[in-house]
Design a protein around this ligand. Structure first.
Ligand SMILES: C[S@@+](CC[C@H](N)C(=O)[O-])C[C@H]1O[C@@H](n2cnc3c(N)ncnc32)[C@H](O)[C@@H]1O
Length: 254
């Protein structure tokens, strides 16, 4: 029996690949990972479209209770583990993959588009991105400096930085662009840095890869003032821009 990690893409229920949908049809048990991203279609829409009952799997199930649920089911059934985006991008699902292998369960991956490829909608070239970073929910005192330092390192090499934001979908908590930028400004102030200057233009993105995508290019202040209405959101701090990237970005200028 096989545990299939199936990417759903970033748009809606129809973004699944043909291979993904055919595989779901062969599976007796279908789980949907519900804690690392957010998807516009509801569970009911997905159930109707994929013609299967879907079991939501939160962090506790995946990280602490997989042996009693997902992995137990996969001992005797074909099991689908659905992930919004790509199953191994920006998530910790490699851990579940390794645990399945150790238990002797065969594992297959069915890839899909991810936030890591959807960022190309901004016109930035993927090979010019440095390491990605993410901003966790934290208070002023415990806010880590790592995201700021990653941006600083990337900028010193002329590279772009994709900055992802924390989210807790089950509690309907999604960090937004305004809060993310404010966190970076706080760290910059604390470290007395001068990386994110007042005139530095950055890119704010919401719901990339969907038919409701919002992309805006402006200073931190302009992006904080702008009302992004969709989720999930992220920002990109551009490094050295190629003239084609600059030309592409102009259409999003505030
Ligand atoms: C941990 S990543 C999950 C990535 C997902 N598994 C994938 O492959 O795309 C979640 C974060 O990425 C960003 N993100 C994910 N999808 C996005 C989208 N369509 N548009 C903008 N930001 C997105 C948000 O900051 C969100 O909180």
């Amino acid at each position: 029996m096989t545990l299939y990690f199936i990417g759903l893409g970033v748009g809606d229920e129809k973004d699944i690949t043909l291979k993904g949908i055919e595989t779901i049809k062969q599976c007796t048990v279908v789980y949907l990972e519900t804690y690392t991203s957010v998807f516009k279609p509801t569970l009911k829409t997905l159930e109707q479209f994929y013609c299967k009952k879907i079991i939501p799997a939160d962090r506790d199930i995946v990280e602490n209770k997989a042996e009693q649920t997902i992995l137990k089911d996969a001992q005797t059934n074909n099991v689908a583990f659905l992930v919004v985006g790509d199953p191994l991008a920006a998530t910790t699902h490699t851990d579940l993959f390794l645990r399945a292998k150790k238990t002797g369960i065969s594992v297959e991956i069915i890839h899909n588009a991810s936030i890591f490829t959807a960022v190309t909608e901004t016109g930035l070239q993927l090979y010019k991105f440095g390491p990605t970073t993410s901003i966790p929910f934290a208070n002023k005192e415990t806010l880590p400096e790592t995201p700021y330092n990653t941006i600083k390192d990337n900028l010193s090499r002329g590279l772009h930085t994709l900055v992802l934001f924390d989210l807790k979908p089950t509690e309907k908590m999604f960090m937004n662009i305004k809060t993310g930028i404010s966190y970076l400004e706080l760290i910059e102030k604390k470290l007395k840095g001068n990386v994110l200057t007042a005139d530095k233009k950055i890119i704010g993105c919401a719901a990339l890869g969907t038919n409701e995508t919002e992309i805006f290019y402006g200073t931190e202040e302009q992006l904080k003032q702008h009302n992004f209405t969709k989720i999930p959101q992220c920002i990109i701090i551009p490094g050295k821009l190629h003239f084609m990237e600059e030309e592409f970005l102009e259409q999003f200028s505030l």
